[in-house]
Design a protein around this ligand. Structure first.
Ligand code: HEM
Ligand code: HEM
Length: 288
């Protein structure tokens, strides 16, 4: 009986020769190099070319153990977590650095550029993105915070101010800066009181929306995530914040509408080509 068992065991763990041996060696090498998918393929090839399953499986497991040992040596995912968190939390510093640079540039130039509308959008972008992306991003980026706030209204609180500050405002700044040059008008030609109103209505409206999302997000996190009150019941308690969102959103929309009106009909009003050239030429120069 014993010899029968031994014979079966020996049969199962028979030597792998020729091509099969090469596949096994490959599999072992790949397994130890962490390439477990390729290692599994090499084991399958070894089995196919005549290596019994038991031996292939044993070596596969050895490969896995080697991978685990290497993982422990270089630091497991859990051990690297604080490092990952710290690197992620460094992100906002770029925004803070940009805002500081904008302030430094403003101090140096004394805000003397004649296209004051473009300056408003550009400096506004540096400030708004530092607050929206930098500060409000940092506010919920730590896992200890994000495990509570993930996917709540805290996310659009950050998303709206970051998007508007980092992308919308800088694009409007670039358009306002480039237009006089492209259309041959004076640098100050984009400056209208409707333009300034449009700027402040959008900035004020978006700031108010951010505050409404923030109040709703903090309340939602507390009621739904901490006190485990149901989603819909929580939403009912957030209605007041959504009323605030609608009100501040309306201010924002008014600003956008005024911006469009100004773009096409006020700052962008058609002017005679000669008058436009005269406006663009520096004082005292003669038209050529
Ligand atoms: C240009 C800059 C940025 C923009 C436009 C932006 C915009 C957004 C938007 C739209 C979302 C929501 C994504 C979704 O629908 O799931 C989001 C999520 C998130 N952002 Fe940003 N972001 C910016 C920078 C940053 C920075 C600097 C940080 C902080 C390190 C940050 C931290 C986060 C976090 C933690 C979430 C996930 C929120 C959650 O768990 O629900 N963001 N961001
Ligand atoms: C009147 C103005 C606006 C109002 C009232 C408004 C309102 C909203 C609301 C209620 C949501 C869904 C939030 C949620 O339940 O997760 C949302 C999502 C979003 N909005 Fe707005 N929004 C406005 C303007 C804007 C603007 C101008 C931008 C971009 C510059 C923007 C970008 C986004 C983004 C990226 C999301 C997805 C955010 C996320 O997944 O968390 N919105 N908005």
């Amino acid at each position: 009986m014993t010899s029968l068992i031994l014979a079966i065991a020996l049969f199962q763990a028979g030597p792998c020769r020729g091509e099969a041996e090469r596949h096994i060696a490959d599999a072992q090498r790949l397994g130890e190099a962490f390439d477990l998918a390729a290692a599994a393929e090499a084991f399958a090839a070894a089995v196919k070319s005549g290596c019994p399953d038991a031996r292939a499986a044993a070596i596969y497991i050895r490969g896995l153990i080697a991978a685990r040992a290497a993982d422990a040596q270089f630091g497991s995912a859990a051990a690297l977590q604080p490092l990952q968190e710290t690197i992620s939390a460094l992100e906002p510093f770029v925004f803070f650095a940009m805002a500081m640079y904008a302030y430094y540039a403003m101090r140096r130039s004394g805000l003397t550029h004649p296209n004051r509308m473009a300056l408003h959008w550009t400096i506004g972008s540096a400030v708004f993105s530092a607050l929206g992306a930098g500060l409000l991003g940092l506010a919920h980026t730590w896992p200890a915070v994000n495990k509570w706030t993930h996917g709540t209204l805290i996310t659009p609180m950050h998303g709206h101010m970051a998007f508007f500050g980092a992308y919308v405002m800088i694009v409007l700044g670039m358009i306002t800066y480039a237009l006089p040059g492209l259309t041959g008008r004076g640098e100050e030609s984009r400056e209208t009181s409707a333009g300034f109103w449009a700027f402040w209505l959008q900035v004020g409206g978006m700031f108010g929306m951010t505050m409404a999302f923030a109040a709703a997000g903090i309340t939602q996190t507390y009621l739904e995530r901490i006190l485990s009150i149901g989603y819909l019941e929580t939403q009912l308690k957030l209605q007041v914040h959504f009323l605030m969102l609608v009100a501040t959103g309306a201010v924002f929309v008014l600003g956008v509408a005024l911006s469009l009106w100004d773009f096409f009909f006020l700052a962008g009003r058609p002017v005679e080509a000669a008058a436009a050239r005269a406006g663009a030429a520096p004082a005292g120069s003669t038209a050529g």
